[in-house]
Design a protein around this ligand. Sequence first.
Ligand SMILES: C[S@@+](CC[C@H](N)C(=O)[O-])C[C@H]1O[C@@H](n2cnc3c(N)ncnc32)[C@H](O)[C@@H]1O
Length: 395
Amino acid sequence: MKTSIFEQSSDILITCAPDLSALTGREINDLSIPIKQILPHGIVVEGTAQTAMYLCMHLRTANKVLFLLKEARAANPDDLYKVAKNINWDNFFSNTSYFSIDSFVENNTIRDSRFANVRCKDAIADYFVEKTGKRPDSGPLRNSVVIFIYWRDSNLSIYLDLSGEPISRHGYRINPWKAPMAEPLAAGVVITSEWDPATPFINPMCGSGTLAIEAALIGTNKIPGLIRDEYAFQHIKGYEEETWHTMKKMALKNIKDTLPHKIIASDHDQRALDAAKTNAEKAGVDHLIDFVLSDFQDTPVEPGAEGVVILNPEYGERLGHEEALELTYKEIGDFFKKSCGGYKGFVFTGNLELAKRIGLKPKRKIKFFSAKIECRLMQYELYAGTRRTVFKTEE
Ligand SMILES: C[S@@+](CC[C@H](N)C(=O)[O-])C[C@H]1O[C@@H](n2cnc3c(N)ncnc32)[C@H](O)[C@@H]1O
């Protein structure tokens, strides 16, 4: 009987933010991996740990890749202990390994979800002690074997978290500067903009550069697995470095070196630009981006091209801040009209009242969440031509 998860199939749950699940599903389809089930918090496929490695390497909009070990009913922590102790843990790692446990728990017999982690840890330690006389070390670090418990009511699922650090960290954010967008969200926004990499991508107010960097990665087919080189699956029995290298080599073949137009990332704060540059260097895309210190209204926009302009302005979480921003949003509308004819314009904001100040009628308003704040990606069609005849204003 096959015991290695690199040979044996199971369900793989790819978790993602609910607002990104359609995009994650699209990414999985593009990898030609059949989708088995769509859940509110993720997507289920079937495969071996090799399938999971491939997903970890490619997905831009997902959070975790979880390989199912056991599904069972568990009414209370003692049941959880029994289920966990019955798993053949030494198929996956040994008593010299290090493991950590993470969980999502909604069960009314338990007040602190960390207790579920403790019971599972005890079960694994007891399993190894009974079998080998020694238990593996455990702790909070996610740089080795990671176990994930999903326990809602009496439904318990125990997984191996095969990325360890979530794949939502694309591995390039050295300097987050202020209010950075999560990388999967930024990737989702770029994908939603339907930007054609043969055309310009302009990102005024770039902050730490997440949108510009994700665009550069998408435009050149560079996937997150080529930036990051530490994953939990590398610590699971049966992992072969050679397989990972082969996957990497195949992915490298698809990368484009250049884009026909440099991506423009501008900000009026030198410190934000420094952060964006550092992050872009780490992502290996700094040569594809021009970093410009300027007010957003002076961002160089190639005239006559039909590209994408995306801004993510602040949206006034602080009292009194909103008034000053009203003018900024009005000026975004002026900038679109004056400098961006022929482009698709986008504004990502968590404040719909401020968005009205842009003064243009949005073609689409797409709902996203950023750190639990409901946001919209507003799309404006910025026709080339005279302002009076072509721009519809917001009623
Ligand atoms: C919400 S942050 C953008 C975050 C970015 N999307 C990221 O992922 O890091 C807004 C940025 O707009 C910049 N900004 C604000 N007003 C500006 C202006 N008038 N001209 C240029 N940049 C401006 C700020 O310096 C800040 O870096």
